[in-house]
Design a protein around this ligand. Sequence first.
Ligand SMILES: [Cu+2]
Length: 69
Amino acid sequence: MVNTTYQVQGMTCGHCVSAVSAEVGAIAGVRDVQVDLAAGRVTVSSDQPLDTAVVRAAVDEAGYDLVDA
Ligand SMILES: [Cu+2]
């Protein structure tokens, strides 16, 4: 299991958390998504390391922006 933390911009409420969790959670191999709304942090647990471009696309699909580390 791999845990990766991403910084996501634009989340403001529980609905945003649900949207991001649903989109990122739908990526193949993702087991769990934990969102820290106050910090704008999204921690993803997956079977294999994820392609950042795929995570970026999922976050974008939800309507938010992945911040470059
Ligand atoms: Cu919201």
